[in-house]
Design a protein around this ligand. Structure first.
Ligand code: PEP
Ligand code: MN
Length: 360
């Protein structure tokens, strides 16, 4: 941490700042220039709030020079983390496609969606059974019955399953059905939920909150990791800006920025970012060009009659055409795109491992 003192500060004010740093067990270095004193503090500053120093008399500014996230930081873990969800590696050379409907509506809708997205090359089936709807009158999801449908549909085509968990109480019930627990944008700072997912032996996909900074998002990943679960995926899904022509604004810059700050894989969800299906393919291409480790895309067999997010859901044919284009873009970004899932793909579980496939 660095603390800059006012040019006219008194020796007592400097002593007060240093005493406080000392009390926190930090090592202190003082640099006195012609008209400025700068105090540096070294040690474990993760629980120190720089604002406590900003408000002290004689202080101009106080800020950290290291990130408050330690486990998620690339500084202490330079190699990329590869997260293993069932038999799918995420964060290696392959760009992993996750696709499926916004919501599980019925067995036939989900089975059809799984068949079509698997045939196009998706490895992970998405589908919500618990939906965080903005209105309490909208369809809220099928609950456990939806998860059973999703699991059966995925198993038929050898896919892994990602589905949203909204409440810590749902975790034990969801365990047999999901391979990745999704934390929705609205729950990114549900710290109690994140802590509970820290105890789980399955990957957790943490979506970026609607107005979350990258640091806040990484701190949410840190919560899961601090609990002992290091299998975390970060998902950029658009942030709220002043622009009304899109549902949200896809922050493509978050992909390289997070890759520099963190060793965790970054997934991009262009569907919730842009909100209109015609814009989903170009943003998917942009995300992969920017280095995304995976895409999470809404695809529905009959989007016009979808119970949720139909306007942003791709028709299966559109998804298949997008995958063909991604096959051209991925090599340009130094990546591969997996072959379509086979029926025989198993759900063997292995610990996460580290690979060098992705550049920092
Ligand atoms: C979803 O993936 O269905 C969803 C609700 O996304 P988000 O939390 O990003 O809004
Ligand atoms: Mn949706």
């Amino acid at each position: 941490m660095v603390i800059v003192m006012r040019p006219d500060c008194t020796p007592e004010e400097v002593a007060r700042v240093e005493a406080r740093l000392h009390a926190l067990g930090l090592q202190i270095f003082r640099a006195a220039g012609a008209n400025k004193i700068v105090i540096g503090a070294l040690g474990d500053t993760k629980s120190v709030d720089p604002r406590d120093f900003q408000v002290l008399p004689g202080v101009v500014e106080a800020h950290r020079v290291t990130e408050p996230f330690k486990l998620a930081s690339r500084t202490f873990h330079p190699e990329n983390t590869v997260v293993r969800a069932a038999s799918v590696d995420i964060g290696g050379r392959e760009v992993v496609l996750m696709a499926g409907p916004c919501t599980v509506e019925s067995e036939s809708q989900t089975v059809e969606a799984a068949r079509l997205v698997a045939a196009a090359g998706a490895r992970v089936l998405r589908g919500g059974a618990f939906k965080p709807r903005s209105s309490p009158y909208s369809f809220q999801g099928l609950g456990e019955e939806g998860l059973k449908i999703l699991r059966r549909a995925a198993d038929r085509v050898g896919m892994a399953v990602v589905s949203e968990v909204m409440d810590p109480g749902q975790i034990p019930m969801m365990m047999p059905y999901v391979d990745i627990f999704q934390v929705g944008a609205r729950n990114m700072q549900n710290f109690y939920l994140l802590r509970e997912l820290g105890k789980v032996a399955k990957p957790v996909l943490v979506k970026r909150g609607l107005s979350a900074t990258i640091e806040e998002w990484l701190m949410s990943a840190e919560y899961v990791m601090a609990g002992g679960n290091h299998q975390v995926l970060l998902c950029e899904r658009g942030i709220r800006t002043f622009e009304p022509y899109t549902r949200n604004t896809l922050d493509v810059s978050a992909v390289p920025v997070v890759h520099k700050l963190s060793h965790l894989p970054v997934i991009v969800d262009p569907s919730h970012a842009v909100g209109i299906r015609v814009n989903v393919p170009p943003l998917s291409l942009a995300a992969v060009a920017a280095g995304a480790d995976g895409l999470l895309i809404e695809v529905h067999p009959d989007p016009d009659n979808a119970l949720c997010d139909g306007a942003q859901s791709l028709f299966p044919q559109q998804f298949a055409e997008l995958v063909q284009k991604l096959r051209l873009i991925a090599p340009a970004a130094g990546r591969t795109l997996g072959a379509p899932a086979r029926r025989s793909a198993g759900a063997g579980r292995r610990a996460p491992r580290t690979a060098r496939g992705r550049t920092a």
